[in-house]
Each structure stands twice: as structure tokens, then as C-alpha cells.
Design a protein around this ligand. Structure first.
Ligand SMILES: [Cu+2]
Length: 148
């Protein structure tokens, strides 16, 4: 339940909040930092989620969306070039540019419920094979459910 509360508070962040401010807020809540999802709904209803990549980690490692949502994942590296692949959704992006060189965006419709592993798709260094996270697509019929 604690994890859920963290996520919901992050979701309520104002649309105009900068990524930096969101990150500062995430860090301010201590242990929630890695679990907090920096996200918002775009005007067209797309669920936009920012993911930072650093030292062979995706932050957050767990991404939550709801089945049926249009999802836009925006990846920013804090160090070297990375990538992202979500096999079950046919997503393969092998260039999340290095720090300061921009970001990589992938979009998809979360039509398949379940928990999927996402991985780095660019051979980035010694920890590359360990780089993974989870995409959790909550079934549409469980919108009011208490979750796992
Ligand atoms: Cu890698």
C-alpha cells in the first residue's frame, strides 16, 4: 500500500512541473525515490512517463499503466548511451542518447495486460545484461482493485 500511495502522489503532480522539480520531490520522500513514477496525462490523454537511465539502472524500475492507455515513455540518460526493448510490445529502441544529447521516446497502446520485462537494447557496458525493469499493465476491469 505504501508503494501505491507514492505512485498516486506522483501522478497528482501539476502538469507544468519540470522534470527537475519532480525528481527533487521524489528524492525528498526518501525510500520512495526509486519507486516513484514521474508521469502525467498529456492533453490528448496519452499517459506520459519519464524514465531516467543511469549506472545500468532504469529509474523507476517499475512502470505502471492501465490497459487500454496510450503510453509514451520518455527516456533520458544521465551517463552513456543506452536503449530499451519490450519484446511483448514489439518495442526496440537502441538509442537513448548520452547525457545532454536529448531523449528517446517510445509510444504504444497498452492493449495487453500483465507484467513485462523491459531491457536495455544497446551494449552499454559491464552492467548491460543486468539492465532491466518491469512494465505493469493493470487490467482494465480491475481499475478499482487493490493491486498485487
Ligand atoms: Cu545496455
Amino acid at each position: 500500500m505504501k508503494r501505491r500511495r507514492c505512485r498516486e502522489s506522483a501522478s497528482r503532480a501539476p502538469l507544468a512541473v519540470s522534470l527537475g522539480a519532480a525528481l527533487a520531490a521524489a528524492l525528498a520522500v526518501g525510500s520512495c525515490a526509486l519507486a516513484t513514477q514521474m508521469d502525467y496525462m498529456a492533453e490528448d490523454g496519452t499517459h506520459v512517463i519519464h524514465v531516467e537511465v543511469e549506472r545500468f539502472e532504469f529509474i523507476p524500475q517499475r512502470i505502471h499503466v492501465r490497459q487500454g492507455e496510450r503510453v509514451r515513455l520518455v527516456f533520458t540518460s544521465r551517463d552513456t548511451r543506452h536503449g530499451v526493448a519490450i519484446a511483448e510490445y514489439g518495442i526496440y529502441e537502441d538509442e537513448i542518447p548520452p547525457r545532454g544529447k536529448g531523449e528517446a521516446t517510445v509510444e504504444f497502446t497498452a492493449d495487453r495486460p500483465g507484467t513485462f520485462t523491459y531491457r536495455c537494447a544497446h551494449l552499454c557496458g559491464a552492467g548491460h545484461a543486468m539492465m532491466r525493469g518491469l512494465l505493469v499493465v493493470e487490467p482494465a476491469e480491475e481499475r478499482q482493485g487493490s493491486g498485487p
